[in-house]
Design a binder for this molecule. Structure first.
Ligand code: ASP
Length: 404
């Protein structure tokens, strides 16, 4: 790792720790620095659409013609599906073991407004969200899924038109390089940006004492979620070692992206940094461009795990026993709900409705976990980004040989 990379990681670490300390000690006063965090976040968001369009099109076309896509695509989907399923199983295991919801007395009967509107969300909505009738408006509203589907189709068609595709492909390759250069520039502001995001958010939540009280009220729930996420993080690390022969070095290289995920609570906003870190770590660019943009949008291990724990916690609190059949439904729906969750803060809370509805639990249950969701969101987003990063490394061997 180069000296300047090392310095940046240390600076980001200091930024994150200083953010926690300042937010904790100075509380609401730190809201005054939140705008700096928003500026950093907006700069990252500004890059998402052009970066995704350029990366997916140049990534797919660099794989060769459309027939070669099958093997990489299949391996990628298999990786996403199995790791997400493992995450849900880990979630169900820890929540059954610790039973954090048993004996809770204060049940909620308030449905948060943002959630109440979406109470009817179902699977068909997830499938429908794959396609937008207006790709420009989807891009303008940062709806990444339809944009990615369009780019995949566009790139696949591009590989079938012979010589005429050369100029178009070179354009998107160039655009991708430019976007990655911008990412490197923006990365220099990560330490201060992450400091402000964390300090501002803790300040908004009322500072150390207020947070401590909130966390203590649902302490064993938070502990269960964080324990599950930690176990899954370790599992992904083992998968990394076994399937890609990478290890600690890779994790260290990815730290900047993981801290950014923690700071922003958004895998989409972190995507530019995740891509840059994975490329610096030596992962084949074709894998980075193909696996990471799609992963940041649909592969959410942390969210899937979180949803299974949260739903079981609500069931335990309402004293509604969940048998093996119900847990099997939770397993399937939490996996699918995580795919449907956007890579933005607290998106998992909305898609969790699908899981609650599937096992007939009251939507009001969400009120019980709302207060600490912003906090747990940061942990699950970090695991989401780690899952994507490990994916890029694991899929690398399945790429077709260059120029074959
Ligand atoms: N904030 C998460 C992400 O961006 C999604 C969620 O679980 O709410 O990955």
């Amino acid at each position: 790792m180069s000296f300047s990379e090392n310095k940046l990681i240390i600076a980001i670490l200091i930024g994150a720790i200083a953010g926690i300390i300042c937010g904790w000690l100075f509380g609401p006063a730190m809201v005054s620095v939140a705008w700096i965090g928003d500026l950093f976040l907006d700069t990252l968001k500004m890059m998402i659409i052009p970066l995704i369009i350029a990366a997916v099109i140049s990534g797919v076309t660099s794989l060769g013609d459309i027939r070669k896509l099958g093997k990489v695509g299949g391996a990628t989907l298999l990786y996403y599906a199995t790791t997400t399923a493992c995450a849900v199983l880990i979630g169900l295991f820890v929540v059954n073991l610790i039973q954090p919801g048993n004996g809770i007395e204060q049940l909620s009967n308030i449905v948060p407004e943002a959630i109440a509107d979406k109470a009817e969300t179902g699977f068909v909505d997830i499938i429908k969200s794959l396609i937008s009738p207006n790709i420009i408006s989807a891009a303008a509203n940062t709806q990444l899924l339809p944009v990615i589907v369009f780019c995949l189709l566009f790139a696949a068609a591009l590989t079938t038109i012979g010589e005429k595709n050369v100029t178009i492909i070179r354009f998107f390759d160039g655009l991708n390089e430019v976007m990655m250069k911008l990412v490197i520039w923006v990365m220099a502001f990560a330490p201060i940006g992450i400091f402000a995001l964390i300090a501002g958010q803790i300040g908004k939540a009322g500072g150390g004492v207020a947070i401590k009280n909130e966390l203590l009220a649902v302490g064993s729930y938070c502990f269960t979620v964080i324990l599950g996420l930690t176990l899954h993080f370790i599992l992904l690390f083992i998968i990394l070692i076994i399937f890609s022969k990478r290890g600690k070095e890779y994790l260290l290289k990815l730290l900047r992206a993981l801290f950014t995920a923690f700071g922003t609570a958004s895998s989409s906003a972190t995507l530019p940094l995740t891509m840059e870190c994975a490329i610096e770590a030596g992962v084949d660019k074709r894998s980075v461009k193909f696996v990471l943009p799609i992963g940041a949008t649909i592969n959410m291990d942390g969210t899937a795990l979180y949803e299974s724990v949260a739903v079981m916690y609500i069931a335990q609190a309402y004293n509604m026993p969940m048998g093996l059949g119900d847990q099997a439904i939770i397993f399937i729906t939490a996996t699918l709900a995580a795919i449907g969750a956007a890579g933005i803060p607290q998106a998992g809370l909305v898609t969790m409705l699908i899981v609650l509805n599937a096992v007939n639990l009251p939507v009001e249950g969400i009120g019980m976990i709302l207060a600490v969701d912003w906090f747990l969101d940061r942990f699950r987003t970090t695991v989401n980004v780690w899952g994507d990063s490990v994916g890029a490394a694991v899929i690398e061997p399945y790429l077709p040989k260059e120029n074959s």
